[in-house]
Write a protein that binds this ligand. Structure first.
Ligand SMILES: [Mg+2]
Length: 320
C-alpha cells in the first residue's frame, strides 16, 4: 500500500468532497472552505507522540480518539464550534489493520463532534499524530484565558485525576475496565460551548494538571486563587487522591471562571441540559495558589506541579 492508496482507502472517506462550509475537501493541493458569516475563526494544533502522550502499545482507535479529542477540547475551552480539521500522521509502517482501527476512531469522534477532515499528510516515521482544528465563534465572543476577575468562582466541568489513574492502571498492565476509559477515550466537553459563551469570564481545558493549567489563567493577570480541597471530586479522598486530582494530566475537563451573581442562572441552564459543574475555589488578589480544607498543609508541602515537556518529566502520580 503506497501513501496515496493509504489516504484513498482510510482517510478520503472521512472527508466530504463538497458539503456545507467545505467547498473542496481532501484530494487537491489545499481545501477550499467558507467560514460562517459574522464569525471569528479559532484555530488550535496539538501533537500526540507515542511514548510521551500515550503508551506505545495503546489501541489505534484510542490514539485517534485522543489526538482529535485534545484538539476539540481546546475549541471547547475557547467556546468555538468545531468546523474542520487536518491530520498529519507519522507512522512506522502501513498496517491495514492498524489504519482501519485508527480511522474508525477518527470517524466516530468526528461524527459526534460535527467536524470534517479537510486535508493532511502521511509520512513514514516514529508514531505521532498532529491535528489542527478550526472552529467558529460569533464575532468577539471567544472565551480566552485572560478574562478572570477577583471574586470570580473557579469551576470545573468534571472529575479530576481519573485519566492519571487510568494511565497508571494501564502502566500496571490492566487492559480492560472502566478505569481506563478516561485516559484512553477522553471526552471533549463540547456540550459546554454555549454556556461558556454566555457565562464564563475566562476558561481553559485541563490538559497538564489543574494547578499548572490554572496558573495560565492567573499569572498573566497577576491574580491568585484559593482552592477548597473539600470541593474537589476525586478518588480516593486522601492525600494521594488530592495530589492526583491537582497535578494529573489528560482529564480535558474545562476550568472556567464566572461571576458569583451569574452562578444561579448558569446552573439553571446547565441542569436543563443535564450538565453538572462544581465550584472549586475563587480568584483572589495577589499571586499564587492557597489551599483550604483538612489536608491543606500536606497538599501545600507536596509542591504540586503539572507536566512540562521541557523539564524532566515528572511521574504522573508523585506519591505512587
Ligand atoms: Mg488547552
Amino acid at each position: 500500500m503506497d501513501e496515496f492508496q493509504l489516504i484513498h482507502r482510510f482517510f478520503s472517506p472521512l472527508s466530504p468532497r463538497k458539503r456545507g462550509s467545505v467547498r473542496l475537501g481532501v484530494g487537491d493541493d489545499g481545501a477550499v472552505l467558507s467560514p460562517p458569516p459574522g464569525c471569528d475563526l479559532v484555530m488550535a494544533t496539538d501533537t500526540v507522540l507515542a511514548g510521551v502522550h500515550f503508551p506505545k502499545d495503546c489501541p489505534p482507535r484510542s490514539i485517534a480518539h485522543r489526538a482529535l479529542a485534545v484538539n476539540l477540547s481546546d475549541l471547547a475551552a475557547m467556546a468555538a464550534d468545531p468546523l474542520w480539521y487536518t491530520l498529519a500522521l507519522s507512522l512506522p509502517s502501513a498496517s491495514a489493520r492498524w489504519l482501519s482501527a485508527f480511522s474508525k476512531g477518527l470517524e466516530l469522534l468526528s461524527g459526534e463532534a460535527g467536524i470534517a477532515l479537510v486535508g493532511g499528510d502521511t509520512v513514514c516515521g516514529p508514531l505521532a499524530v498532529t491535528i489542527t482544528v478550526v472552529g467558529s465563534v460569533p464575532r468577539g465572543r471567544a472565551v480566552t484565558r485572560r478574562g478572570g476577575r477577583v471574586g470570580d468562582w473557579i469551576c470545573v466541568t468534571g472529575p479530576l485525576g481519573r485519566a492519571a489513574a487510568g494511565l497508571s492502571a494501564w502502566q500496571r498492565g490492566q487492559r480492560r475496565g472502566a478505569a481506563l476509559v478516561p485516559f484512553l477515550y477522553p471526552h471533549p466537553a463540547l456540550e459546554w460551548i454555549p454556556l461558556l459563551r454566555d457565562f464564563a469570564h475566562s476558561a481553559l481545558d485541563v490538559s497538564d494538571g489543574l494547578i499548572q493549567d490554572l496558573c495560565h489563567l492567573l499569572e498573566p493577570r497577576s491574580l491568585g486563587a484559593e482552592i477548597d480541597l473539600e470541593c474537589l471530586d476525586c478518588e480516593p479522598r486522601d492525600l494521594d487522591g488530592l495530589v492526583q486530582a491537582l497535578s494529573g494530566g489528560d482529564d480535558y475537563v474545562l476550568c472556567f471562571t464566572v461571576s458569583p451573581r451569574r452562578w444561579e442562572p448558569l446552573v439553571r441552564r446547565a441542569r436543563a441540559r443535564h450538565l453538572d459543574c462544581r465550584i472549586i475555589g475563587r480568584i483572589v488578589p495577589g499571586s499564587g495558589i492557597r489551599y483550604r480544607g483538612a489536608l491543606a498543609d500536606r497538599v501545600r508541602h507536596a509542591r504540586i506541579r503539572g507536566y512540562d515537556h521541557f523539564q524532566r518529566p515528572l511521574p504522573r502520580r508523585p506519591h505512587a
